[in-house]
Design a protein around this ligand. Structure first.
Ligand SMILES: CC(C)(COP(=O)(O)OP(=O)(O)OC[C@H]1O[C@@H](n2cnc3c(N)ncnc32)[C@H](O)[C@@H]1OP(=O)(O)O)[C@@H](O)C(=O)NCCC(=O)NCCS
Length: 169
């Protein structure tokens, strides 16, 4: 029987992570975003899922600020999340999200934002209603948030610089 395990990503995982991202998305943009977030020092939590020693899943949460005038509240952005296509629908994506949430809460984080399919992220507590009050270039029904504690409900979302450069490339 195969065994899935989840652990923090290390510098030795970079190539394996790049391949999982490229295979999952069928393009290089997300792999480039990951590299840019790591290079920019913006990673808050980054995990990999392994099956029999092979990296088959990856999740990254980066620093995001909610800006209200002079106030800047630290939150996190979930992106990207990727699972090797041969391993889809076996619970790996969900396990990565849940484990990352535990670690984020333990670290004192109170707010996570994601841009993605509400049918998927809704399973993990994300809701557009919680994000509807934020100002963002990405504001739409797919912008969702999950709060574990006191956190702003309005303000401008300022993503890590990599989102403006890696994804535009
Ligand atoms: C999205 C993704 C990470 C899910 O990984 P996974 O390990 O297959 O997910 P899980 O096994 O935890 O959950 C699978 C369930 O989610 C559903 N699901 C998967 N992607 C979905 C989506 N985009 N919208 C709605 N439901 C989705 C599946 O139908 C499945 O439902 P079921 O259990 O009722 O059959 C994976 O499909 C993937 O890497 N996709 C390509 C990259 C991508 O789109 N990433 C997210 C962008 S923000």
């Amino acid at each position: 029987m195969s065994m899935m395990s989840i652990r923090a990503a290390t510098p030795r995982d970079r190539e394996a992570i790049r391949l999982v991202e490229e295979h999952a998305f069928g393009q290089q943009a997300e792999a480039g975003l990951v590299d840019a977030l790591v290079d920019g020092g913006d990673v808050v939590v980054e995990l990999v899922a392994e099956e029999d020693g092979q990296v088959v899943g990856h999740i990254l949460f980066s620093r995001l600020y909610v800006q209200n005038g002079a106030d800047s509240f630290p939150a996190v952005a979930l992106a990207p999340l990727a699972v090797e296509p041969d391993f889809h629908r076996s619970g790996i994506g969900g396990a990565l999200i849940r484990e990352a949430h535990i670690r984020l809460r333990d670290a004192g984080e109170t707010l996570a934002v994601v841009l993605g399919d509400p049918a998927y992220y809704g399973r993990f507590g994300y809701a557009h209603d919680r994000a509807a009050g934020f100002e963002s270039d990405y504001q739409c029904e797919e912008l969702q948030a999950l709060a574990w504690g006191d956190a702003p409900e309005t303000g401008r979302l300022a993503y890590a610089p990599a989102f403006g450069t890696a994804l535009a490339a």
